[in-house]
Design a binder for this molecule. Structure first.
Ligand SMILES: [Zn+2]
Ligand SMILES: [Zn+2]
Ligand SMILES: [Zn+2]
Length: 274
């Protein structure tokens, strides 16, 4: 939890024209400090909803949200039973809270108000992901998922260099490979996206599966060759989609491309485009 705190108050009350400059100075002097706060105290005392400005302080000692304040205030009353709690509003406005995946290693702090934290968590690379093996219920963030694939499912790691084609052989019913870039250590997984061997076609895509993402835009080109002479190829960017960096189109490979042993030769070409 981070709270913005300001320097001392140097306001000159006799000179109202100095206020905007002073406010700017205070903003410039603002610094972040980390504090621990029980977030439940930032809930409405009546409906228990999350407090967002405007916040109202009732004389009976509780704070309430705008909706409850409107419902409670008698329209004919001449005595106000509440005031705006501007101090608490300032605390709420200045709060940043950690990503909920901080226990998995994410260091991001984002504003308590607004949608930026929800947007970040949706695509956070530390969010636990379901294992790519269909029957497996294991969930882990990207880095631990690769470890799990290699240790538990014995998935082979193929080292490659960007801009250099890599030849691999893939079994029709074991279409999952880890591709590790020797340039920057970033892991990718080549997989049959739908992972259902009862289907007639395999649908290959490449998923980036590292905590550290490539700093430049990565493209993948997949080429599948049949021993009967056919060739299929697909070039696609590895882009953000559904919480993953991945190719969002698939190389669709029909069953007759596989040889008698149920294997296919594939060329994987990962390259950087400036
Ligand atoms: Zn309320
Ligand atoms: Zn995060
Ligand atoms: Zn698994």
């Amino acid at each position: 939890m981070r709270i913005k705190r300001c320097g001392g108050n140097k306001r000159k009350k006799s000179d109202p024209s100095s206020v905007p400059i002073e406010k700017m100075e205070l903003e410039a002097a603002a610094e972040w400090t980390t504090a621990r706060l029980k977030l439940h105290i930032l809930r409405c005392g009546l409906c228990n909803g999350r407090l967002t400005p405007p916040v109202y302080q009732f004389e009976k000692g509780f704070v309430a949200c705008h909706k409850c304040q409107k419902a409670l205030t008698p329209s004919s009353s001449s005595t106000p039973v509440y005031i705006r709690n501007h101090s608490l509003e300032k605390v709420i406005e200045s709060l940043s809270i950690p990503c909920s995946h901080s226990t998995h290693g994410c260091n991001e702090y984002l504003p308590y108000l607004g949608s930026s934290i929800a947007n970040h968590e949706k695509d956070c690379s530390y969010a636990p992901r379901r294992c790519f093996v269909k029957e497996c219920a294991f969930k882990a963030p990207n880095g631990a998922l690769v470890q799990h694939l290699t240790a538990e499912h014995r998935i082979k790691i193929h080292n490659f260099s960007y801009d250099v084609p890599l030849r691999v052989s893939i079994g029709r019913h074991e279409s999952l490979l880890v591709l590790r870039a020797s340039n920057d250590g970033v892991d990718f997984v080549l997989l049959d996206y739908f992972g259902d061997s009862s289907k007639h076609y395999n649908n290959f895509s490449v998923v980036c599966c590292s905590q550290s993402r490539p700093s430049k835009k990565i493209f993948s080109k997949l080429v599948a060759r049949s021993d009967k002479g056919g060739e299929l190829s697909l070039k696609a960017p590895v882009e953000q989609w559904n919480g993953f960096f991945r190719t969002t189109v698939f190389l669709v490979v029909p069953p007759y491309f596989y040889d008698r042993d149920g294997k296919i030769d594939m060329e994987v070409y990962m390259y950087v485009e400036d």
